[in-house]
Design a protein around this ligand. Sequence first.
Ligand SMILES: Nc1nc2c(c(=O)[nH]1)N[C@H]1C(S)=C(S)[C@@H](COP(=O)(O)OP(=O)(O)OC[C@H]3O[C@@H](n4cnc5c(=O)[nH]c(N)nc54)[C@H](O)[C@@H]3O)O[C@H]1N2
Ligand SMILES: Nc1nc2c(c(=O)[nH]1)N[C@H]1C(S)=C(S)[C@@H](COP(=O)(O)OP(=O)(O)OC[C@H]3O[C@@H](n4cnc5c(=O)[nH]c(N)nc54)[C@H](O)[C@@H]3O)O[C@H]1N2
Ligand code: SF4
Ligand SMILES: [Mo]
Length: 744
Amino acid sequence: MNETTTRHTFCRICESLCGLEVTMDGNKVVKIRPDNEHVATRGFGCPKGLKQHRLFNSPDRLRYPMKRSGKEWQRISWEQALREIGQKVAKIRKDFDPDAIAMYVGTAAGFGVLHPVFAQGFMQGIGSKSMFASATQDCSNKFAVAEKIYGFPFTQPFPDLHNTNCLIVVGANPVVSKWSFLQVPNPSLHLKEMERRGCKIFFVDPRKTESAKVAGEHVFIRPGTDVFFYLSFLHELIKMGGVDQSRIADHMEGYEELKGLADAWPAEKTAAVTRIPAEKLKELVRAYAESDGAALYCSTGVNMGGNGLLAFWIQECINAISGNLDRRGGTLVGKGIMNFPKFGRKNGILMRKDRSRIGNLPSVNDAYPGAVLADEILNPGEKQIRALFVTGGNPLITMANSNRLREAFQKLELLVTLDILPTETGALAHYMLPCTSPMERPDLPFIFPLMLGLQAKPYLQATEALIEPDGEQRDEASIYLDLAKYAGAPLFGSWLGQKFFECTRWYHSRKRKNKGKQPSLPQKSILSGLLRLTGQPGFKKLLRQKHGKLRAPHEPGSFLDNRVLTDSGKVELAPASLMDQTEKLAGVFAEELERTDEFRLISKRAVTTHNSWTHNLEDFVSGERNSNYLYIHPADALKLGLKNKELADVRSATGKVRLPVRFLEDLMPGTVALPHGWGHQSTHQQIARKTKGVNVNILAADGPENAEAWSGMVKLTGIPVKISPAAGEQAPSWSGLPEDELLV
Ligand SMILES: Nc1nc2c(c(=O)[nH]1)N[C@H]1C(S)=C(S)[C@@H](COP(=O)(O)OP(=O)(O)OC[C@H]3O[C@@H](n4cnc5c(=O)[nH]c(N)nc54)[C@H](O)[C@@H]3O)O[C@H]1N2
Ligand SMILES: Nc1nc2c(c(=O)[nH]1)N[C@H]1C(S)=C(S)[C@@H](COP(=O)(O)OP(=O)(O)OC[C@H]3O[C@@H](n4cnc5c(=O)[nH]c(N)nc54)[C@H](O)[C@@H]3O)O[C@H]1N2
Ligand code: SF4
Ligand SMILES: [Mo]
């Protein structure tokens, strides 16, 4: 056996960014363990992170540029791929409008520093504003609200977990998903520690989750009704006198309007809709108001429920007026390595005021809502989308109304995916371009910690590429540099910049003297430049601190005085654009009262799956795990005549799927759960495609009429469904896919 070596890196699959210790045998990763000495993540890791080398090593990995003719895929050279794609882009740009070329930026793009920057540079060079992003599935509400109340979309307060005495978690399941918009590894340990030191914890969720079983108290809420929970919380908080008037006077505008809004929503009124008894809600408010440092936190269960904009806004107002914002034990606003919000606001970054051609919906973080992507492709016009680049995402599975998206994608003149795997979206593409995996590229932590300090314990870390690609995989930055060249549209619209990067890459490749290697930008030098620009140690120096380098701890009291970026310099509690939206609330409430019998479908994440892309490892999908299931409370099942393990038909206004039932007592009656990210029967991933699951997003509605104002988000949770025992033929479409698309 060769001699093995040990290297240190960090995982780039989810926001935990766990420090990892890797055993290498030459160019091969043989074992991954959690890094016990990591300054912040201290020996934590999950099965996905610890087996990622096997996911990345799969024989199905994209290793060469691939071109599709009809149903046949053929390996082609990079030269051919880049030239043909570039020419097509140039032609569409010339014959139509730059906006006819679109891009969808998926979650994976956010886990590298250079990938999203160069993708954006490519689109800017083309002059296209047709950007879409996975954030419109899961968190645009947070960005839209933050821009209005704090002055910048990325100003995102997070709970001071280490010091808080009361934490109310609404629609999040950190034990499975880790925290989002906050980097805290090992959520179970943290929650237990918090409870041990006397912190009160509540989980407000339609399911008694894994998190709720670890610590704290669980409170059921009917899916999609969070906005009424928050309104009553605000009402009762004001009534109890839990408001810090002097902080409001010093740092906030609009309190009287906010108070006026809350008047109409006592806990007794909303209980019928949220199903949270008034007394229980008051108990939560009391615990929150009486604690020395308390925080309300929400995530996708609230964001994706149809009223995420208003719900999150009111949550933030509660944290602010109670005096908890910017306070030890309350919520904090972190600092990245630079003052990105100030820089962004000054330069208009992420603050474009564009509106979509279809539906006239505003962009959030300079991206349009995914809700209109299919419409933008299907509806004629000069700016009709004709080409789409999908970069680190898999929209066919993860966006609403998958069958309509499929139809739209099939009409595109050019669909290109940049991925590490041949995905379901890739199966419809004209070209699939192979990218380096996280193990094959040097990096710094995800943009959130680096630029915004959304970390419980702030630190910095750098990692080398651990292995060389075993095929022709290239890093995304390099791919976009070439695509820009071949399309005749320089990155960021600057020929000088384009030439600079081309020369740098040429020089770097020559210096490496490695024949046969793929051309690559000097990523470490570029990252080092970024670090130095912001007064940090360079990349090489940072690498020496292999377990991470701690940064200054968060400073409560550093935000309200001088980092609020609204025109008034104060937190805007009641901006007109949000107040306008409250006019619909009475109507929504009345409708909720009418629809108390309706079944509502929610998502359910698992430790072994990550959105749509970790299903190609036998360990994660063997036995019972080879499918998703319709989870239902046994009492509901009995009413509907459904039996455990038998098939059910699930219908929504948009589509239908058929899948096996599993009883789950943890669910609130009237709620069913169906995990997302499944329905892989059309992918070229050999293991994933043999799984049986269905794509839940066949049931979710898209289109501008279903998009929430300002956030542009559609309902991916709380979807109304009808359920019955399976009846009639098992048509292929019940698995979510047309017959001619099925590979098995
Ligand atoms: N019904 C329902 N729908 C949902 C959700 C839900 O809860 N319920 N959740 C939503 C959420 S939270 C999100 S964020 C979206 C996710 O939406 P997407 O971002 O579209 O989906 P992912 O499955 O995360 O896709 C990531 C892709 O990146 C690829 N990849 C991994 N590493 C790399 C890399 O280094 N480089 C490149 N180029 N590619 C890489 C993977 O193979 C995968 O294809 O889905 C949403 N959809
Ligand atoms: N293992 C694993 N980890 C992941 C991911 C993954 O797919 N798998 N995805 C990653 C991504 S992209 C993200 S954004 C994060 C998401 O992280 P989280 O936002 O924590 O996502 P979930 O674990 O789905 O938790 C959402 C919770 O909301 C509840 N819920 C559903 N509908 C409602 C509702 O209407 N109201 C309320 N109050 N609750 C509701 C659900 O029951 C669930 O417990 O996780 C990340 N981490
Ligand atoms: S929790 Fe798992 S997937 Fe997330 S960063 Fe840690 S090891 Fe990676
Ligand atoms: Mo997400």
